[in-house]
Design a protein around this ligand. Sequence first.
Ligand code: ADP
Ligand code: ASP
Ligand code: MG
Length: 455
Amino acid sequence: MIIMKFGGTSVANCEAITRAIDIIKGRLDEKPIVVVSALSKVTDLLYKLSDAAAAKNRIEVENLLEQLRTRHIALANELMANNSELCRAACSKVNAICDSLSNFVSAVCALGELSDRSKAVIISNGEYLSSNIICCALNARGIVTSYIDARSIIITSKDFLKGEPVNEEIIRRTPEIVSDAFNGADTVITQGFVSATPDGEPTVLGRGGSDYSASLIGMAVDAKRIEIWTDVDGVRTADPRRVKNTKCLDKISFEEAAEMAHFGAKVLHPLTIEPAVKKNIPLFVLNSMNPEGKGTAILQSSFIEDGVKSISCKENINVINIFSTKMINVSGFLKKVFEIFSENKVSVDLISTSEANISVTVDSGQNIDKVVKQLSEFADVIVDNDKSQISVIGKNIINLNGMLKNTFAPLRDCKIYMISQGASYVNISFVVDRSVLNPVMQEIHHYLFETEPGK
Ligand code: ADP
Ligand code: ASP
Ligand code: MG
């Protein structure tokens, strides 16, 4: 069995889905489990819809619901123009999903209150719409396709908007459900992103979570490989939307991919690698618009050479500086500080300490008000906004002569607020002003990947 995950742009419209179906068709002898995202931009629309409902903005709610229904009905008609029966089936699924969403959102609107649980229900609908339409479209092309509701296999904690997978349950349930679904079928389709608690309460895995779904399913069925089909030729030396002249990487290690994703490379959800590593399943990042391309293989470290592979960044982070003379010689101070982060579920990226100071970076999307308030009870706290974090990633980069010189040479004229090197020797990260992020990324890329090493 293999897993084939198609992201939003790879199922954006009739043309993209037709391409995806051709790719799936070429792999039927490997028993593909297809995992799909919502059509491009649909999850954003659903987030807007939940905000509009919470704000009791009925006009906006109606408008968004109408856009959602119209786009999916038009897509079903276009995809299945030659098969009226399956076209009707797909349209009636779309209408049923949109009707039930509309009722649900009306109730939220009436209350003007949106719980995390309700939000999880609303934002899951994009994947239900896309997977139902694509299931019918595959069948319409003669590929016998079964449908699995991801809520029956991807089991998580009750953190409704960022469910933590319960691996034992996923491994216990998935193989049997998948093998039943394959009975008489060429392929099986399910939703990315969507999950549920053991009692069936709806949850989701968080933004970009379809990659994670693919890898969890791969782990549960011992897949031969996991293919992540997206809109770039593979993992590159930097985000091509931010940096010019990036190059595609043939192969990188699990550790390098995990660090890249964790430190901001959107090409993979940060937790995607973990389940694959558990079973040593190779991952491939491939371009659905160029299916002949080799893409990038993500493999065990022993197959990967030392060297710098990529630069990632997080554009908008906060640096929290904690000053206290009590830190000196008082064991337990660090514990107290990090307990406050943990109690408030604020996750920390980089940490550096000096005699009377701790600096940490956190994603700006997190609410740090309570953390700052609690820390201020026993320390002076200064928060620096408008900062960006840059990470240079590669196996054993610590051993590379000239690497540090090449990384830091372009930084001559700009302030560096923090530097941190992970104990794994896979990454060096530092913090700069957000205003210089793009030129600095471009310069470092130039020094590391566009000139001869050591020059
Ligand atoms: P999908 O909808 O298929 O999940 P995403 O938009 O989530 O696609 O991820 C693909 C995007 O990741 C690319 O379009 C690219 O802009 C971005 N990206 C960030 N860093 C990298 C990188 N190092 N290599 C390739 N793509 C990257
Ligand atoms: N549709 C979800 C999102 O846009 C999940 C995904 O595409 O990975 O975040
Ligand atoms: Mg993605």
